[in-house]
Ligand binder design. Structure first.
Ligand code: SME
Length: 178
């Protein structure tokens, strides 16, 4: 697979997200591994979307969110449900657009450069986690981003196995018998 890089027209956001949805479908086609798909989705979004400094996933583990594949600066690992923008979006199962992170009570600052943020819940039969994007530009995200990213999140969920445990092997290979 060769990824050809940016060719999106985000002057027209609707058009840009349409192009991105087609590319995401192509990127995930034939692969259902959750972590692999999350990693490639985060990489595609980070590369394709203008004015982004963090793009990635938090997955629900019990009562908290745990960071998953992402692109950007290292991030806080665990976020309790109801905390920060991510925990609030997860608890309310709704997309949250934050035009100015300094105005959001309890915002968790992972990268001091972030000025605005959008968090989209990953909702299948159950809440799987959230998709989180940060921008250094105030007011970077609007309803068109919310719609476009919800569509991308739905494509990611549809392509990925969401309920399969990790495999396991014994610590050492059993001795070979001649
Ligand atoms: N700002 C988020 C925390 C995650 S980072 O942005 C990667 C929040 O308040 O939930």
């Amino acid at each position: 697979m060769t990824y050809s890089g940016k060719h999106y027209d985000f002057e027209d956001k609707r058009r840009g997200y349409r192009q991105l949805a087609l590319d995401l479908q192509g990127l995930l086609a034939g692969e259902s591994d959750l972590i692999a798909n999350a990693a490639n989705t985060a990489a595609l979004l980070f590369d394709a979307l203008p004015a982004i400094n963090w793009a990635g996933f938090y997955f629900l583990r019990g009562e908290e969110l745990v960071v998953g594949p992402f692109q950007g600066k290292p991030a806080c690992v665990r976020i309790a449900l109801g905390r920060g923008v991510c925990g609030t979006a997860a608890l309310q199962r709704t997309t949250i657009v934050v035009p100015d992170v300094r105005e959001f009570p309890g915002h968790i600052a992972c990268d001091g450069a972030s000025r605005s943020e959008i968090v989209v819940p990953l909702l299948g039969e159950r809440l799987l986690g959230v998709l989180d994007l940060d921008s250094p530009r105030p007011g970077r995200f609007d309803d068109e981003d919310a719609r476009g990213l919800a569509r991308l999140a739905a494509l990611f969920l549809a392509a990925s196995r969401t309920n399969e445990p990790c495999g396991s092997l014994p610590r050492a290979d059993p001795p070979r018998t001649p």
